[in-house]
Ligand binder design. Structure first.
Ligand SMILES: Nc1ncnc2c1ncn2[C@@H]1O[C@H](COP(=O)(O)OP(=O)(O)O)[C@@H](O)[C@H]1O
Ligand SMILES: [Mg+2]
Length: 265
């Protein structure tokens, strides 16, 4: 039986479901449950994500029944315990590296194809679109798990571990691509519809302190050298514009414009 609501985001509401599980009920019209169910199946046994128990239909809404994880999401924690900013930034990096250590030869969508589609949808001025597409062409494929929307609102923190949720955008690619997307979100994301806390929580704790802490810990502990993070940032900046967050648009366009001018100099 559906229990109390314990969370909500852009695509779904999450309710208690029995004692040990939750149900993530997608809003009508969102098809993300298929992508998320596939990703969770691939991640089963790796200890980074909740287990997928079942897929149910609740009055016409599709629900994923998931293992219920303890702890609080990191955004809430940053607001409530801002003095933990550096420890939490390091924990965010450590869990991200654990995700990137998982390799999936097949089954998840290809990150570069996904990014190409987003750039296409972004309604960019043609010179900027062409620039982003050119940069994307030079970047490599990979077979590591990439989360696609990895930020403090999508991790749950307990005393001894960090679990990652919200796998709708999971793909396979190179880790630095997924790292770059997180850098973009930490530096630039304005309140996301359904996740209004991102900017406010990060501002309260010192956005740049948190971002530097995450970056330093990720860079210091990655088992492989990071290539072309700046190029991945350009591509993600273009792709982000497909998400239609109006308030971010001028800044993102300006970033792209400047990157393009640097590239042709
Ligand atoms: N497996 C889980 N166990 C406990 N809480 C969860 C679980 N999955 C999601 N939640 C709660 O629901 C909220 C929204 O979940 P999320 O998967 O991020 O959905 P959305 O795609 O709508 O952002 C989370 O912030 C968290 O509070
Ligand atoms: Mg979420």
């Amino acid at each position: 039986m559906i229990g109390a609501k314990i969370g909500a985001g852009r695509e779904a509401d999450v309710h208690a479901w029995g004692d040990d599980t939750v149900v993530k009920l997608y809003r009508p019209g969102f098809g993300g449950h298929r992508a998320e169910a596939l990703a969770l199946t691939k991640l089963d046994g790796h200890g980074v994500a909740p287990r997928l128990i079942d897929v149910v239909d609740c009055d016409g809404r599709i629900g994923l029944v998931l293992e219920r994880l303890g702890g609080q999401d990191m955004l809430t924690l940053l607001q409530r315990q801002p003095w933990r900013v550096l420890g939490l930034a390091r924990a965010l990096a450590t869990a991200h590296l654990a995700v990137h250590a998982i390799r999936v030869p097949e089954g998840l969508p290809d990150l570069r194809e996904r990014l190409a589609a987003h750039i296409d949808d972004a309604a960019l001025p043609p010179p900027l679109r062409d620039f982003a597409v050119r940069v994307l062409h030079e970047l490599p494929d990979g077979d590591h798990v990439c989360h696609g929307d990895y930020h403090p609102g999508n991790v749950l923190v307990t005393a001894d571990r960090v679990n990652v949720i919200d796998w709708v955008g999971a793909t396979r690619g190179v880790p630095e691509a997924d790292h770059a997307r997180t850098l973009l979100l930490l530096r630039r994301a304005d309140p996301l519809p359904g996740t209004p806390l991102l900017s406010r929580a990060l501002m309260a704790t010192g956005r740049s302190v948190f971002t530097h802490g995450y970056t330093r810990a990720y860079t210091a502990n990655t088992p492989r050298p990071l290539h072309q993070v700046d190029k991945w940032l350009i591509v993600h900046t273009a792709a982000r514009l497909s998400e239609g967050i109006d308030i971010e648009r001028p800044t993102l366009i300006d970033l792209l414009d400047r990157a393009r001018h640097r590239a042709v100099r």
